[in-house]
Each structure stands twice: as C-alpha cells, then as structure tokens.
Design a protein around this ligand. Sequence first.
Ligand SMILES: *Cc1c(COP(=O)(O)O)cnc(C)c1O
Length: 342
Amino acid sequence: MHLARFPRIRVGHLPTPLEPLERLSRELNGPEIWIKRDDCTGLSTGGNKTRKLEFLMAEALAQGADLVMTQGATQSNHARQTAAFAAKLGMDCHILLEDRTGSNDPNYNHNGNVFLDHLHGATTEKRGSGLDMNAEMELLADKFRSSGRKVYTIPGGGSNPTGALGYANCALELVSQANDLGLTIDHIVHATGSAGTQAGLIVGLKAISANIPLLGIGVRAPKQKQEENVYILAVATAEKLGCPGVVQREDIVANTDYVGDGYGIPTPAGIEAIEMFARLEGLLLDPVYSGKGAAGLIDLVRKGHFKKGERVVFVHTGGSAALFGYTNTFGYDRRPASVAAE
Ligand SMILES: *Cc1c(COP(=O)(O)O)cnc(C)c1O
C-alpha cells in the first residue's frame, strides 16, 4: 500500500498528537488510556472527516467540480468540514440535512454545526427522516448538472473507498508514532457510524500487520449491520489500495450496546463520559459520536474487558461543535449554581 499514489489536498494538521490520559486512567483504575487527537485536524474545529476529505476533495478538484454536495444529519460534523473545505478551495457547497431526531430545539436546528455550515457559505436544505439520503442527493445533483453545474457528490460521512484512504493513513500515522515513542498498543477504540473510519483503520492496520485489535463503538446501526457495512467498505478500500484480501470478516468488531434510543439522541452514559473527559482531562467530546464511543470505552474498562497493564488508544474523532446544538441536554442553566466548598 502506497498512499502517495492517490491525489490528496493536504489541509489537515497532521500528524495529530498522541497523548496519555493520566487523570482518566487513574480514575478508572484499569488500563493506561491514550488519546489520538483527531479532534485537532485543524479544519473548522477539526474532526475525523478532514482526513477523508483530503482525498475526496482532491478527486473533486481533478474532476473540475465547481459544486460539492453532501448529506448528513442536522448536526453533521461531516457537513461542516465539507463546507469549510469547499470554502478553502473556492467551490460552492450544498448540503442535504436529514432530520433524524425530530428535535425542535432551536439550538439543535440552527446552532453548532448548522451555524458553521452557513458561516462557511454552504447552502442547506432539509429532509425528513427515513429517506435514502444518498439517492436524494444524486437526484438533486442531476438537477444541478442539467443546469450546467459541475457537481461532485460525497456520500454521507465521506465513507467510500476514497474517503477511507484517510483512515488507512491514520493507522500508519498512529502506529509510527507509537513506534517512535516505544509504546505498545493493545487495543484501539473509536466511535463508528458511516463506517469509513473503522474500514480505513482496519485496512491500514492489517496491511502493516500491526496485530492491534480495533473496536468500533456503534452510534446507529445494530451490530450485525454495522459490521457488515464496515466489512464491505474495508474490502473495497483494500482493493483500491492494492492490497486485496488483507481484511477478514472477523477483524471487524463493533459493539453497539451504547447507541441508546437512537442516532443523535443523547444517553446518560454518553453525558457522563462527556463530563468525565471535560473535568478530568479538559477535553471536549460530543453527544452523538465521541461521547457514546467514550461511554463504551469507560464501561468496558469498568467491566474488566480492558485490563490493568494494557494500553488502550481512544481515537478522538471530534464533534465538539455539536455540543452547542445540545446545550439543553446538560441542563446547566436549570441546575442551581453550586458554591465552592469552604
Ligand atoms: C462521523 C463521525 C464519526 C464516525 O465516523 P464514520 O467514519 O462515519 O464511522 C465519529 N465521530 C465523529 C465526531 C464524527 O463526526
């Protein structure tokens, strides 16, 4: 596998830092927990979509696109990073936003990522939940094409073999950082949704025979479906990279016990994880992805699945901008102000 063969626009602040979480590790009294700071990729508050977009937007540019389209949930971090990337390249950006939660909270519908989409100059339109959103987008793209636009469409989450290259690259980056530090990694954990992050990571890890188990914590689909989605994309990504067959079905492991009531609906464990990371480590997670991912990590440490003496790397996939769409969930304005202990 040789990533330099693929067109790429280097916008991300890479490599992202790999840091120990000392206070969180002490609090949980289990494995040594480290964090791969993909929340720090640099583009419009950062996040994991930037790595994928480096390859996707290079393809858009090579095809002479003047309009980039994508789709996602209302508080999509992918939409926000696409809008920012398009702005940087001087392309127009149009986004279809799916109302997956039915929330009528003004912050959810207009603040956070939605605010940033518009700040970056993207146009948005809404769809109800349950549609085939990629099909909706292609229909609309054809309309733009018939009026003369050169449209490049990016599937939800940037999750196709081109986008997943960004995470094959992240696997190389992470293992090489660990090698430089003399750090052995026993497990890698991250939030998994549209599957590109997990698919890319597993292809990268397997292609270099790192022998590090990867665990995706699901945020939407049931386990079987999530693992199938990741596997199909991983197989296609490995083929694109010229290393077909490196990924086996059993390499793909997702734990979907932390989804709660559904995609984009906060869970008590996710909120606890967000507060723990914020108060023990000064780090920002989000209620849709990284908070649920961290809730899985924390619970699996408490249950002894990850043990003392092991080292676990949590890939922080970003999402902090979504916090401002969910401030009501925390209810701080409804709780009495606390007084410092005397
Ligand atoms: C999109 C996203 C994920 C999930 O990544 P996929 O590649 O879609 O599986 C995780 N965390 C955050 C913050 C995201 O925005």
